[in-house]
Design a protein. Structure first.
Length: 884
RNA sequence: GGGCGCAUAGCUCAGUUGGUUAGAGCGCUACAUUCACAUUGUAGAGGCCAUAGGUCCGAGUCCUAUUGCGCCCACCA
């Protein structure tokens, strides 16, 4: 069977097969268990519109590693999957599809449009789920949730009502970020600021009393001047003191506006006089409230000018800007235009420049919610990994602003607010009924003429409940009790504010407990030049293509091995070759072991076997190295150092198990002890690799003679510290150096294999004590030498070579085979270097500060190092003499 | 304007609380090749650890300043 295995690992044959096998055997499912501890991760729900990109691939690989690791460790391990309805994003996608039919959402009407979105969701919404499966994600798919599921929506409504009743939700007229294209309000986080090249326009406003005298104001958005209701100056500003309280004539509109004084005006900027447009600028809004100015809205929701803009009515905001500038120019009221870089908010979905816009919206009061969430992080109940994100989080939380949660779109959770027509006719501020379900009649006037709020909730208003709403909160289910609070959240830095912070707040508000204990923030995946990967830049590396070309295991392993501690990942496609090559190495090493395995020989428990059998040095060594690696990998995984864990595994498997161990045992492969150790180490290593590379490890696992079930059901290898032997490891390390030195020497001297070579080893005491005939044989074998002898002196006879330990790079061939002069010079340099180092070390060892403060092992190490160096000098001197 | 991060081999990056001779992958050079694997093996070259000070017996690692990048937040109209 083994012989049939191809020389190369073929992920295409394995991946879908084993994924199906796992799913069919329900190996991902998890439920409350009495004798196991829970370990739970909730997935950051990808948008239903999403397609898998490298960010997802990284994010979900990490989660899968954690989940599989914990599962093998014996935790009841649950990875809760699902998708997010992604209000604006999804609505945009469906609107685009409609546009192709020449339709707008208004043509369908609200109900039909929402039906269309659901249809779309049925058809395409699980794309990303299928892609996650390709990646190997071991989510419990039977629990898959969607933020618009019926009971999930019920949770959302519940939360709205609860917060409203606590007076933490209010409605009000404020300047919000308005996307004219999506025609909805956006939260501050959704309006990402970006620099753009604009101009600063200097406009002259004439005084009413003296039309020949002007106050010049500077603005970046001249079209808003139509809504100006004042000009403000700093009261300390001598230039304008005399004008305070006087009246200006607003050009084009001929409105009379006052000059007011306010300390918030920066005298340095522009002219020191600022036009005040309370309905179109957040600062001006504050000024307007403070000075009781009029609020004049000059724009329609689509950012065309409205009737208040008089002759400019109907023009788009930027067209209006041009027209106004032209008209002002004609009137001689445009003083100058200076280039000016400014930062403006852009809609995070369609990148349209957002307009600060006065409108009535719903808000959540955040300060009271933030308090326990700040506390929990400060007290370490919730930990960020890496730690530095703690500061970022706290900084935002301590300056938190109220959250605008209403959106003027159709796709989403409709706000559970009902209005009584009757009551509102009497008083527009009255007749508000907040209720999770539609009330029959107005509790006040008993009228049945009710209508629901048109707006829907911000997408994140449902996502922030994810850690418990997925368990059907507010029902107190057994699942919720068992799995909440969850264990770890794995996510990207850009959604700390959007999502992570708000989940923590919701957790404390509604569950009185933090939603998770650890937060692992990984880096952003960028291209080689450090740019964010995006479709428009065309620098995207598609994970599915990588899976197709290199395999999912290769993708996972490569991604993980370059993700250090939340640093951003600069990714080049070649990076995946490393993962593919590693998979292939695992494949071939396993193929070798299996081909040489006598299944009846390996039916032994390693511990029992180890006791009755005296293992030789090589077998002892690989066991020691395996357990050292296992220990290290475990610690690294527990500390969220995924790249280090991956690299530890890689180094062990490739450079120790394959490069040395499998080579060393070839002559003794039929030996009983070698059979047992070779098999056991491979088998345990596969288990250790499984969380990282699930498919290939399963494929090989299934071919092991003792294989039972799935590798997923195996336990994480038990750490046997008694088998770790550092001295043995060091000894072997020395042996490897000897072998390499000899090999190197042979190559340098161009000694053919048939030529007789005798090697004398000049040993340090340590090696002599521990050396065994077995080790000698290994050295002879691998270095292909005929005889090996020990000498105390550093001399060699004819046709013999001396290898000096602890100074491996000097091999001294006799009979003038190398340039003696160069060798002498080289060695003399080394002696000089060593001498100066010895001087330093001696000074150090004389210093009481060092000998008292430094750990004993280190002092000891320094001492032996000093001795070694002295010994080396002696050897080098002998060599130099020999060469002369 | 505030905050955070980064600067180590040609390239991309590791380097745990300061402590043996600063590492890996890729790339490069030479050699090897029926013996698990060319998606391979062995060896080699290549580092004033950004700069300048400081603390310490000892600094890539800690402190201060400087320079150059990157990111996040913020209402300079």
């Amino acid at each position: 069977m083994i012989d049939e295995l191809s020389k190369q690992y073929n992920p295409k044959i394995s991946e879908d097969k084993w994924y199906k096998f796992w799913e069919e055997n329900k190996l991902f499912s998890s439920k409350p268990s009495q004798d196991k501890l829970p370990y739970c991760i909730v997935i950051p729900p990808p948008n239903v519109t999403g397609i898998l990109h490298m960010g997802h691939a990284l994010n979900n690989s990490i989660q899968d590693i954690l989940i599989r690791y914990k599962r093998m460790q014996g935790f009841e391990s649950l990875w809760m999957p699902g998708t997010d309805h992604a209000g604006i994003a999804t609505q945009n996608v469906v609107e685009k599809a409609l546009a192709k039919e020449g339709l707008k959402r208004q043509d369908l009407g609200r109900q039909k449009f929402i039906q269309r979105v659901w249809q779309w969701k049925e058809q395409y919404g699980s794309t990303i789920i299928h892609q996650l499966k390709k990646l190997g994600a071991s989510c419990d798919w039977s629990r898959e949730r969607f933020t618009m599921d019926e009971d999930y929506s019920a949770s959302v409504a519940e939360v709205f009502v609860a917060l409203y009743e606590k007076k933490l939700i209010y409605q009000g007229n404020y300047i919000i970020n308005w996307c004219p294209r999506c025609q909805t309000a956006l939260s501050d986080e959704e309006a990402a600021h970006a620099e753009l090249q604009g101009s600063l326009y200097y406009l002259k406003y004439p005084l009413k009393n003296n039309p020949l005298e002007f106050i010049t104001v500077a603005t970046t958005r001249p079209e808003t001047m139509l809504g100006d209701t004042a000009v403000a100056v700093n009261p300390k500003d001598k230039r304008y003191k005399q004008y305070i309280g006087k009246t200006l004539i607003l050009p084009l509109i001929n409105r009379q506006i006052k000059i007011i004084a306010d300390a918030s005006v920066d005298m340095e900027f522009g002219t020191g006089a600022v036009k005040v447009t309370p309905a179109h600028d957040p600062n001006d809004y504050v000024l307007g409230k403070k000075h009781k100015l009029d609020f004049i809205n000059v724009m329609a929701p689509d950012a065309t000018m409205n009737d208040a803009a008089q002759k400019y009515s109907g023009l788009d905001r930027f067209k209006a800007r041009e027209a106004i500038l032209e008209d002002l120019g004609d009137l001689g009221l445009l003083e100058k235009i200076n280039p000016h870089t400014l930062s403006a908010g852009h809609c995070y979905r369609c990148h349209t420049i957002v307009e600060p816009y006065l409108s009535k919206q719903w808000f959540v009061k955040m300060k009271p919610l933030a308090r326990p969430a700040i506390e929990a992080v400060k007290k370490g109940k919730i930990k960020f990994h890496p730690q530095r994100w703690t500061k970022v989080y706290l900084n935002w939380m301590e300056n938190i602003q109220d959250w605008c949660i209403s959106r003027q779109i159709w796709w989403g959770h409709r706000i559970p607010v009902y209005y009584c027509k009757n009551c509102r006719q009497k008083n527009p501020e009255q007749g508000i009924i907040v209720s999770a379900t539609k009330p029959d009649k107005c509790p006040k006037c008993k009228s049945a003429d009710l209508f629901q709020e048109e707006d829907v909730l911000d997408t994140w208003f449902s996502s922030w409940l994810w850690p418990f709403a997925t368990f059907y909160w507010p029902k107190e289910s057994a699942d919720l009790k068992y799995f909440y609070p969850t264990s770890t959240l794995v996510t990207a830095p850009e959604i700390i504010f959007f999502w992570v912070a708000r989940m923590i707040m919701a957790g404390f508000e509604f569950k009185k407990q933090a939603p998770f204990k650890d937060i692992y923030i990984h880096g952003t995946v960028r291209d080689v030049e450090g740019k964010k990967m995006s479709k428009s830049l065309g620098n995207v590396i598609d994970p599915l293509e990588i899976i197709d070309e290199y395999g999912a295991d290769a993708l996972r392993f490569s991604l993980i091995s370059i993700t250090s501690q939340g640093q951003d990942v600069y990714l080049a496609k070649e990076r995946f070759e490393q993962g593919r090559n590693f998979a292939n190495k695992i494949w071939n090493a396993s193929r070798f072991v299996l081909a040489n395995l006598k299944p009846e020989e390996v039916n032994e428990d390693l511990c029992v076997f180890f006791k009755k059998e005296q293992l030789d040095i090589v077998n002892r060594w690989i066991l020691s190295r395996f357990y050292s690696t296992l220990d290290k990998v475990g610690k690294e995984l527990d500390g969220y150092k995924f790249n280090e864990a991956a690299n530890s595994i890689y180094a062990f498997f490739w450079h120790e198990f394959c490069d040395w161990y499998l080579e060393l045992i070839k002559p003794q492969i039929n030996q009983k002890q070698t059979q047992v150790v070779m098999y056991k180490v491979l088998e345990k290593t596969l288990r250790m690799i499984h969380p990282f590379m699930p498919f290939i490890t399963e494929e090989i696992w299934q071919r092991l003679p003792q294989a039972k079930n799935s590798i997923m059901q195996q336990s994480w290898p038990h750490l046997q510290k008694n088998l770790i032997n550092i001295k043995n490891e060091q000894l072997m390390q020395t042996a490897f150096e000897i072998i390499n030195t000899i090999r190197n020497m042979r190559a340098e001297l161009d000694v053919g294999l048939q030529n007789r070579v005798n090697i004398k080893l000049a040993f340090s005491d340590k090696l002599k004590q521990e050396s065994t005939q077995v080790l000698f044989n290994h050295i002879k074998n691998l270095a292909k030498i005929d005889s090996l002898s020990i000498t105390e002196k550093y001399t060699a006879g004819v046709n013999e070579y001396v290898v000096l330990l602890k100074d491996m790079h000097i091999a001294m061939p006799l009979a003038g085979l190398v340039d003696a002069g160069a060798q002498i010079k080289k060695n003399q340099l080394k002696i000089d270097k060593l001498k100066s180092e010895i001087k330093n070390k001696e000074a150090m060892l004389d210093n009481k500060n060092f000998t008292q403060r430094a750990p004993k092992e280190i002092v000891e190490a320094e001492r032996t190092k000093l001795d070694d160096m002295a010994g080396q000098i002696a050897k080098l001197e002998v060599i130099i003499n020999g060469l002369r």
